[in-house]
Design a protein around this ligand. Structure first.
Ligand code: AMP
Length: 280
């Protein structure tokens, strides 16, 4: 497994692949890897001759300095996991390699996909995501890129960025990896106690409850019930929302939408967790 830190060091690797006509799959991560990240890598390995994973904690997508400072770093463990999983190459640049001396987001039109949910509660987050994804796509030039549906709004934004800048990259959304109790795997879980990991399963339980009950309640009434269920738990709900699966428009009436997702953000032991799933 080759490990690159500088953009210029990637060129021999890329030329070698191009000479062989080999396709490159790309998985963008912020490290602290778990089975969810590895499921994206496995998918990439199964669909491409070579796979590259980036490990880069992108400063521009954090709206709270505290969140960035506390983000878990586990580089040695990450590299071991990637090597064992059969990854071809890792790109782990320092911040200045991506941003020079201007650590700022670009202005990219996200056509409203960034309205609501993560965009609303993390101002500037998706500008940072769009900026870094565009730069990584331009540097790495993969044929395919794999992103987790756990960050569903992000998947739609990444697809939009590839299209907006005419980048010939197929963006693939991959299903969320979960523990057997339903909790979505997340790097942030590394900061939870065992009790917290157990309590956090309410997020998945409420999504399943919504799926079982949406036909009997309108969206507002369903959200009100879910808020009550969270009030009786140790988690602090930030939002529960129903959004159209294609445009992320907030759902006011089920009958106006062909396909809807439920999206939740909640704090558990001070750690912000997000999850979503398809309602119908
Ligand atoms: P992150 O390191 O959190 O930025 O995540 C890197 C990529 O892994 C993103 O595309 C995430 O959506 C994806 N990812 C994170 N958690 C999971 C999961 N539990 N299942 C599948 N993909 C995930």
């Amino acid at each position: 497994m080759q490990v690159f830190q500088r953009v210029k060091d990637l060129s021999d690797f890329q030329q070698d692949l191009a000479a062989k006509g080999a396709s490159l799959g790309f998985v963008a991560t912020m490290g602290a890897l778990h089975e969810g990240h590895l499921s994206l890598l496995k998918r990439s390995i199964s669909e491409n001759e070579a796979s590259i994973v980036s490990i880069f904690v992108n400063p521009t997508q954090f709206n709270r300095a505290e969140d960035l400072q506390n983000y878990p770093i586990r580089t040695n463990e990450d590299l071991q996991l990637l090597e064992a999983a059969g990854c071809t190459a890792v790109f782990m640049p320092p911040v200045e390699e991506i941003y020079g001396d201007s650590v700022k987001s670009e202005q990219i039109d996200l056509v409203g996909l960034d309205q609501g949910m993560e965009g609303e509660f993390r101002p500037g987050h998706f500008e940072g995501v769009a900026t870094v994804v565009k730069r990584f796509f331009e540097i790495i030039k993969p044929q395919r890129a794999y992103f987790g549906n756990k960050d569903y709004q992000q998947v739609l934004i990444v697809k939009h960025v590839a299209k907006l800048f005419n980048l010939p990259i197929e963006v693939v959304g991959v299903p969320t990896s979960r523990y057997s109790n339903g909790l979505a795997m997340s790097s942030r879980n590394f900061r939870l106690s065992e009790k917290g990991m157990e309590e956090a399963t309410i997020i998945h339980q409420q999504m399943m409850w919504a799926r079982a009950n949406y036909k009997d309640l309108n969206p507002e009434a369903l959200k009100a019930q879910i808020r009550l269920h969270f009030k009786a738990s140790n988690l602090e709900l930030e939002y529960v929302e129903f959004a159209d699966s294609e445009g992320m428009h907030i759902v006011k009436e089920w009958s106006n939408h062909k396909s809807v997702r439920i999206l939740i953000a909640a704090f558990c032991e001070g750690v912000r967790l997000i999850d979503n799933t398809s309602l119908y």
